[in-house]
Design a binder for this molecule. Structure first.
Ligand code: NAD
Ligand code: DAU
Length: 360
């Protein structure tokens, strides 16, 4: 049997970002064995990994990170030496409706993984400068709260100030991860990233939801006045940053990842409308009337903007793609993959979406 140099547990690999990370690691590192543990919630979809599912360095395990015994079994069975932890409940609107699910998965699930790692990795000291073990926790910029329209940016030393149940659960998980280093010496690293866009994102999030709605002439529900600002990064650039930090990041450090690419929601929506209409051969302006201002999201964060200078200066990472190019690729992907969209929007999600509308 082939000996692998590392056995890396990637959690949440069937989701949006996780599937891009899994694909990157399988293709770029044949010397590593990648174990994808995902419970396949509404947001997890094995179709996201169709092209790599038969790779010889890849194993999929349907597993819930909230099941501690199962996590321990996975660590032992596959001789796990590193973790890249992405599994989470990730949608802010859902967290407002059901905060318990977010505390359960994002806090308790992370704690289970930390504890399984702690019990399995008896000696995590570095040998010749190289750590044999690494617990990499993938987090979000939302833990920092929000910013005013004053040009300030989130840095790694910005104080935590989460506002939604989602961001509060992610902040809590970040604290647990650091505590496991400080208390038990577990080798950890954390990154906090801004809004991702790209292929395979579940269409409850702004960009894929709106592309799909424009195509089907459905209303585009803009929360509040559409003035909120997000900092958008191409998902493949996030996956590349995770790769760099996993290999070169310093233990116990935090790295912010962002695109220096701020957009108000309404300006972004106008770009999406224009791009979809053009690619569908419709006259410019055809879908402008789909914009529908609806009640604002409760506790809606005003502005996110990440300063990723540390990652650039220390590890040499910077975004590879201009936003205009990335959005074109992304819109094309959704228009060409209607089957994928139909598949993930059938059943439970459609019912949830209909209920959301009823409440607004
Ligand atoms: P996603 O919702 O698309 O995917 C989450 C994945 O986790 C799914 O495959 C789901 O099945 C799996 N999962 C959920 N609960 C699980 C459980 N209990 N056990 C095992 N698997 C479970 O999320 P995403 O947008 O890809 O985000 C991935 C990670 O990156 C999350 O931790 C999120 O907080 C973080 N993040 C996301 C963004 C973004 O813009 N999407 C930005 C910064 C950070
Ligand atoms: O900043 C990183 C975070 O980005 C991640 O941690 C989260 O997992 C991810 O979901 C994302 O959170 P947001 O709340 O910023 O993303 P969302 O796509 O839900 O919304 C983007 C903006 O668009 C936000 O200001 C709310 C607004 N919006 C969203 C939806 C779904 C609308 O106006 N209408 C909508 O229907």
């Amino acid at each position: 049997m082939k000996e692998f140099r590392r056995n890396i547990l990637i959690t949440g690999g069937a989701g949006f970002i996780g599937s891009h990370v899994i694909r990157r690691f399988i293709n770029n590192y044949p010397q590593y064995r990648i174990i994808n543990a995902d419970s396949l919630t509404y947001a997890g979809n094995l179709a996201n990994l169709e092209d790599v599912k038969d790779a010889s360095n890849y194993i999929f395990v349907k597993a819930d990170i909230c099941n501690f015994e199962l996590m321990q079994d996975i660590f032992h069975k596959y001789n796990i030496d590193s973790v890249i932890h992405l599994a989470a409940e990730s949608h802010v609107d859902r967290s407002i409706k059901d905060p318990f699910a977010f505390a359960h998965t994002n806090i308790m699930g992370t704690l289970n993984l930390l504890e399984a790692a702690k019990r399995t990795w008896k000696n995590s000291e570095a040998v010749n400068g190289e750590y044999r073990n690494m617990f990499y926790h993938v987090s979000t910029d939302e833990v920092y709260g929000d910013l005013d329209f004053d040009g300030t940016l989130f840095t790694e030393s910005t104080a935590y100030d989460p506002h939604s149940p989602y961001s509060a659960s992610k902040a809590s998980s970040d604290h647990f991860v650091r505590a496991y280093h400080d208390t038990y010496n577990l080798p950890i690293v954390i990154s906090n990233c801004s809004n991702n866009y790209g292929s395979h994102q579940f269409p409850e999030k702004l960009i894929p939801l709106f592309i799909n709605n424009i195509r089907h002439n459905k209303p585009l529900p803009v929360y509040g006045k559409g003035e909120n600002v997000r900092d958008w990064l191409w998902v493949n650039d996030h996956a590349r940053a995770i790769d760099v930090i996993f290999h070169e990041g310093k233990i116990r450090e935090t790295y912010n990842i962002g695109g220096f690419n701020e957009w108000t929601n309404i300006d972004l929506i106008k770009v999406i409308i224009k791009t979809v209409d053009r690619l569908l051969g419709r006259a410019e302006g055809t879908s402008d009337n789909l914009i529908t201002y609806v009640t604002d999201r409760a506790g809606h964060d005003l502005r996110y903007a990440i300063d990723s200078t540390k990652l650039k200066n220390e590890l040499g990472w910077k975004p590879s793609l201009q936003f205009e190019e990335g959005i074109e690729i992304t819109v094309k992907w959704y228009l060409e993959n209607q089957k994928w969209l139909d598949n993930v929007t059938s059943g439970d999600y459609q019912r949830y979406y209909d209920n959301m509308y009823r409440d607004r």
